[in-house]
Design a protein around this ligand. Structure first.
Ligand code: DX5
Ligand code: ZN
Length: 221
């Protein structure tokens, strides 16, 4: 059984105090910092790029930074994020022209690669690349915004991903992103996820440590 990882999404943080917010959430027990990159092209929203990632590293953030690229094209940003201090980099396969090449670029840049699946993106994109993956990110909302509700059909998709990972014999993390809360995290884990992105559930709460502790208590059952 893999250790469960909690990955707060800084999309819901106070951007005017981003360094302090990341410090606070790591001090509150976060394992990984989830970094949502949106380009107003692949998704209808615009966030931040490698300069902000680099600024967080210079500020002193040492936790793994999990870059979720919601961009098209993909490849130009890979080396930029690797140089900026990214730990994990994932992208949406339908936004990439050459999926295997993009995964290899991430590996060659020294980062851990992942593929991201929107609620209606089929899992066949996994067919020929399982041996390259560090993580599979399953979106439980349509990408672009924080604070949306978890789409229930995701549970069945997670079970299918879990089965595929087990069949592959590979050590691949299953990450879930969108609408993760204290009251559904246990069911999500039972369906197969072991890495949990949560934006609004953590950053909109007055006490980050309390929410993360409640999530870990749910996962311990
Ligand atoms: C949505 C992003 C998510 C988002 C999750 O496109 O990928 O990471 O921040 O936010 P919540 O946890 O509020 O659903
Ligand atoms: Zn995300």
């Amino acid at each position: 059984m893999k250790e469960f990882l909690i990955a707060p999404s800084i999309l819901s943080a106070d951007f005017a105090r981003l360094g302090e917010e990341v410090d606070a959430v790591v001090a509150a027990g976060a394992d990984v910092v989830h970094f949502d990159v949106m380009d107003n092209h692949y998704v209808p929203n615009l966030t931040f790029g490698p300069m902000i990632c680099e600024a967080l590293r210079k500020y002193g953030v040492s936790a793994p930074i999990d870059v979720h690229l919601m961009v098209s094209p993909v490849d130009d940003l890979i080396s930029k994020f690797a140089d900026a201090g990214a730990s994990y980099i994932s992208f949406h396969p339908e936004a990439a022209t050459h999926i295997d090449r993009s995964l290899q670029l991430i590996i060659d840049a020294g980062c851990q690669p992942g593929l991201v699946f929107n609620p209606a993106t089929p899992l066949h994109y996994l067919d020929h690349v399982m041996d390259k993956l560090h993580h599979i990110l399953i979106m439980s909302v349509n990408p672009g915004f924080g604070g949306q509700s978890f789409i229930p059909s995701t549970y069945e998709k997670l079970r299918q991903v879990k089965e595929r990972v087990a069949q592959s014999g590979q050590n691949i993390r299953i990450e879930i992103d969108g609408g993760v809360k204290v009251d559904n995290i246990r069911t999500i884990a039972e369906a197969g996820a072991d890495m949990f992105v949560a934006g609004s559930a953590i950053f909109n709460a007055p006490d980050y440590a309390q929410v993360i502790k409640q999530m870990r208590n749910e996962l311990a059952h």
